[in-house]
Design a protein around this ligand. Structure first.
Ligand SMILES: [Zn+2]
Length: 89
């Protein structure tokens, strides 16, 4: 028995041109952010005129100055203690 010289076999390179993408393309929508309450920030509470600063919101009389009250249609409310003051016109 004669040993066959190891001849390098030509390996057929299988050229698969058809690349099948197994992943089904999902069109993921970016999460819609719920419309946040527009935070106006502190600067919305003050009105600067020249050198004088006037507060646009009433302050809570329970919590004292520094606690602004939320401006509502017919009332002001304090977010700190829940104090509600109705607007009087
Ligand atoms: Zn308060």
């Amino acid at each position: 028995m004669s040993k066959k010289a190891s001849t390098p076999k030509k390996e057929e390179t299988t050229t698969e041109e058809t690349k099948t993408e197994a992943k089904p393309q999902k069109t993921e929508k970016p999460k819609k952010e719920k419309s946040k309450r527009q935070e106006k920030g502190v600067h919305a509470l003050y009105k600067v005129e020249g050198e004088t600063v006037s507060r646009l919101r009433p302050t809570c009389e329970r919590c004292g100055p520094g606690y602004f009250m939320g401006d509502h249609k017919n009332r002001y409310t304090c977010g700190h203690c829940g104090f509600t003051r109705y607007k009087t016109h």
